[in-house]
Design a binder for this molecule. Sequence first.
Ligand SMILES: *Cc1c(COP(=O)(O)O)cnc(C)c1O
Length: 391
Amino acid sequence: MTWQDDYAANLFVFGTPLRLLVRGEGPWVWDEAGNRYLDLLGGIAVNVLGHAHPAVVAAVTRQAATLGHISNFFTSPPQLELARRLLELADAPSGARVFLVNSGTEANEAAIKMVLRHRPRGRIIALEDSFHGRTLGSLSLTAKAAYREPFEPLPGNVTFVPPGDVAALEAALGDDVAAVFIEIIQGEAGVKALDHDYVRAVRELTRAHGALLVVDEVQTGAGRTGRWLAHTATGITPDVVTMAKGLGGGFPIGAVIAYGPAADLLTPGQHGTTFGGNPVAAAAALAVIDEVLPMLDDVAALGEWWREELAKVPGVVAVRGLGLLIGIELDRPSAPVQLQLLEAGFITNNVNATTLRLAPPFIVTRDQAKSFNQALAGILAGQHGEIPHEQ
Ligand SMILES: *Cc1c(COP(=O)(O)O)cnc(C)c1O
């Protein structure tokens, strides 16, 4: 039996995986046949420190051997320390608090419950092209028809407005609106940034209508854009920020940061999670924070240089993003290009019909980036990326 048959017989939901991966180290992963790949997707913006980073391995190992899991009837030093550091890094005003969860969709679920405490039975506004997750509440805020339609009617009363259109938001807002949810860069939509003036207008308008502003930083957070949190570039203070993906460096963890009065919306008994705040996950996140903070300027600089270089590649029509979240818009369908890149030893993803997404580990080097640019240029020029694998 091939591993593909094994997978199809025993697992479900996802299509056949592209490869059976057996090992990772730094920015590299290896498949079962011994082929090596440069991982420029990083587990979808998760492996900020690459694979098997010594600091994460040490933190997880040490904590698993010390105190692996407790219930939320108790707390632990890594949990307390992580909350303190997340608030410090969020530059949160006093009274801000953190709720720890296990994934991005769970972080957004908690945020939804918070805003419904703020305005019971309130309407929520989200943006067209948004992605907030796949469980029923966060799916109700996710615009993509293919994800929503099989499960409609979805819970909640959600209005979608076009991103960047202040007048449309103003028209949709009313005193019945509990919150507006935004991503600073819409990653799943193809790496599309909101402009800062629009983000500031959303902040002013939500405040004027007594609605909360929730910023979903599940993909943009944990240093991905060259700042710990992407929204800090806009100067706004949100009411709620959600994080996950990169936060644990590969270990599942998410966080909801509630600023000011929003921190008092959920009272004990109204929400919970068995695994959320798990000591091992919290220890992984603390290791990520320590390692990532000194890298932020390099993330910004490498991303800026890389985008300029990619924009020179014939067949690339636009390069979007910030830091190491990069969308490469092609003059042709991206899916076949992604597969040729994989054959050539580079992991990327075709995030929409014509866009490749890169969300690499922050440890990737300029030379590794150059090798990708060359492979992409070769493939787009009609060669088939026959770059030999290093075993
Ligand atoms: C990935 C993502 C989510 C969902 O996170 P999961 O951990 O997959 O549940 C939510 N919001 C944004 C912006 C994301 O990129």
